[in-house]
Design a protein around this ligand. Sequence first.
Ligand SMILES: N[C@@H](Cc1ccccc1)C(=O)O
Length: 500
Amino acid sequence: MQLPETQVAVLEAASAEDPRTVESLADEIGEKPETVTRAAFELEDEGLVEVLETTDEHVSLTDEARTYLDDGLPEVRLYRAAVEAGADDAPVQMGQVIGASGLEGGAVDIALSNFARKGYGEIASGEITASPAAGPDDDPEAAALAALDAGESADGSVLDQLERRELIERSESTVRSVQLTDEGVTALMEGVEAAQEVGQLTSEMLTSGAWRDAEFSEYNVAADAETIDGGKDHPLRAMAERVKDVLVGMGFEEMEGPHADAEFWINDCLFMPQDHPARTHWDQFALEVPPMRDLPDDVRERVETAHREGVGADGEGYHSPWGEEMARQIDLRGHTTSLSARHLAGVAKGDLEPPQRFFSIEKAYRNDEIDSTHLLEFFQIEGWVMAEDLSVRDLMGTFTEFYEQFGITDLRFKPTYNPYTEPSFELFGEHPVTGEVVEIGNSGIFRPEMLEPLDVDCDVMAWGLALERLMMLVTGAEDIRDVHGTLVDLEYLREEEVRY
Ligand SMILES: N[C@@H](Cc1ccccc1)C(=O)O
């Protein structure tokens, strides 16, 4: 029988009694493990060997665990310091024990929570009591860490606990072994010889014509191959593109504009009084840069008058103080409605005649508390329609049509308040996994107090929708941080389906 060279080598090195790992075969015949794996699968296809797979669990200690190997677990240190201070007799001031233990920073919290969990004693009203019966010398977690460090194994439930404490990392790998089949043994007895098979066509073979006589090895499309992670769009970017397609399909044109902009465009044009709470720097990020130089004089004057005197015959409004300095201050935009203001004021695309439809899918920045539904930066799907005689029905109809494209058909609306819209509505959708009703956007019909100073004399309905929330409803993700930001699992990004 003739076989390619590596297959012959693998076959000869393999045994019928003891499965041999790919690594040891590779060592023996001086080939790379990948090459041996490939040859092994080819031999398996021919029935000459069997490839056996087992999973090998590997446990490694984290850096944190290594410091505990030297210093002891924080809770054990705390217990020892407590006993030393007499806390096994009577309660002792916590500060005193912590000081004596030498624990600092985050280690103190770690010590306290595990001290309580392990029943080493009690902590109440700033005092610590150590239970004399606790035996930190036999702490199973400490023992397991020492055993693992010495290359020994440890009990499964202790391992689970150590993993929860992030003191160990567990990984699995597939170990492949090769064993000769009866057919393989027979083939070896009858004699196998190496055939000169060519694995790869080279340019030399093409120029010399050697390819004509060469015997090429066959492809094995079923063989395991190295995973190659190619570049692709981030799932959130892919979602943004999908939204863009839908909106363009609905007749919308895209807006562009600065991420860092004058408060004038972010807030003042939206009839947000300068003492409005959302304008404090707790909410939006102010930049230490020179103020905006160019503001169109006529718009600035009309906006100022609207703030100071109100709009309309009876001058309704906030009659709030207004200063140009604040209007020229540059912030990271807290919403992309600044782009709508620039477009409506005619500074982006010149004067616009109705009907018009515009959108943007761009980042907004807010000093929010980060949690499962909030990030400091997020993408807003901003949009507006300018036309004669718009009503709330038009607004709801537009949303219904838009969200339908993403399979969301159970929209709910709730009246809300924005300084720049009247009426205003928040939009909600149901989370497909948790069933929770999630806010997905905010909308309304721009007030005359906003539109008149911008010199717009027809109706404009507008909205800001959250791209990440839409993504959560579409994918079922329960935490925004699983989808976007620095905590996203790389495996998710690698494996997420590519959509065209
Ligand atoms: N700017 C609003 C969204 C919005 C835009 C336009 C009209 C009404 C609401 C927000 O960030 O929540």
